[in-house]
Design a protein around this ligand. Structure first.
Ligand SMILES: *Cc1c(COP(=O)(O)O)cnc(C)c1O
Length: 334
């Protein structure tokens, strides 16, 4: 029985083509700045996203952490979504390791943060308060694409208030493909952007932080400090380059599969949220554990959650989505 894993787009296996380029990658010691493949990946992504510099790191969590720490000093503050990865899912790293205070705000239904609320959260210049330094956005946010017009407003807002603007672009390319625009249309608005190579792009490991020379210089020092300085990391960077060259446009297939899944479940009577990219959210209420077990018996891996998230990716085919729909239909009849 082949397994259909819808828990996340992080579960993809490297393809034969990707493994080939990894095996033949030119490598060197990246802590000395001597890995040609890492250097190529950093230069390539910086160029593609319109930044002066970039830094290859093992995870998106580290990439965001270094971004936050490069922008903020101890006692500074960043405004961030209550449900954002950089607040909720990174072990409190910015506070623990950076002594940076989060100011969380509720995320709006379209995935954005209300800029009036953000303005109200900015602290006055007064020694009672942390110094508000940064606004952190996420795109896609739980599968939702932030409108380009909103990003332009967020840019003017942060300029007006003297804040930096960071993007957790773990799924930046899902957003760009969905909008049908060059990723730079999104990244042009930000001072720093973190991109995951290990999500829908299909690389086994790796994220990249992009920013100015000064910001990335600072992040490079911080990367060493937190133990992220890797040696012959060109093996991994080669997978990232391969992913950028081969796996960006195909994200549209994942989006189509997610829509197909959502339509099938809706027809079967499930309460499904509108789909924009590669995530399908279904209300399972108190049936979360039951559907997880039921699906597992049919080779389908799901998370157990009342608001169940299913994520499509390159290792799930359209035919497999039909199997998933069939399993949900059968479950609803029991
Ligand atoms: C996955 C993810 C990250 C980084 O996760 P790692 O597992 O540390 O690579 C950051 N932000 C978002 C929105 C993510 O989905």
């Amino acid at each position: 029985m082949s397994v259909i894993d819808l828990r996340s787009d992080t579960v993809t296996q490297p393809t034969a083509g990707m493994l080939d380029v990894m095996a033949s990658a030119a490598t060197g010691d990246d802590v000395y700045g001597e890995d040609p493949t890492v250097n190529r990946l950093e230069a390539e992504l910086a160029k593609r996203l319109g930044f002066a510099a970039a830094l290859f790191v093992p995870t998106g969590t580290m990439s965001n952490l270094l971004g936050l720490m490069a922008h903020c000093e101890r006692g500074d503050e960043y405004i961030v979504g209550q449900q954002a990865h950089t607040y909720k899912y990174e072990g409190g790293g910015a506070a623990v390791l950076g002594s940076i205070q989060p100011q969380p705000l509720e995320v709006q239904s379209d995935g954005s943060l209300d800029l009036a609320h953000a303005a109200a959260a900015i602290k006055p210049d007064d020694f009672h308060f942390a110094r508000t330094r940064l606004l952190a956005l996420e795109n896609t946010m739980q599968g939702k694409v932030l409108p380009l017009e909103y990003l332009a407003r967020a840019r003017s807002f942060t300029r007006e208030h003297g804040l930096a603007l960071h993007l957790d672009g773990a799924r930046l390319y899902n957003a760009a493909v969905k909008l049908g625009v060059d990723a730079r249309e999104i990244t042009q608005h930000f001072d720093s952007v973190s991109v995951c190579l290990s999500k829908g792009l299909g690389a086994p490991i790796g994220s990249v932080l992009c920013g100015s020379e000064a910001l990335i210089g600072k992040a490079r020092r911080l990367r060493k400090m937190v133990g992220g300085g890797m040696r012959q990391a060109g093996l991994l960077a080669a997978a990232g380059l391969y992913a950028l060259d081969n796996n960006v446009q195909r994200l549209a297939d994942d989006h189509a599969n997610a829509q197909f899944l959502a339509d099938g479940l809706q027809k079967a009577g499930y309460e499904v949220e509108p789909v924009q990219t590669n995530m399908v959210y279904v209300q399972m209420g108190d049936k979360a554990e039951a559907i997880k077990t039921f699906a597992a018996e049919r080779g389908i891996k799901l998370s157990a959650a009342g608001r169940l998230r299913m994520v499509t990716h390159m290792d799930v085919s359209g035919a497999q989505i039909e199997q998933v729909i069939a399993a949900f239909v059968e479950f609803s009849r029991n």
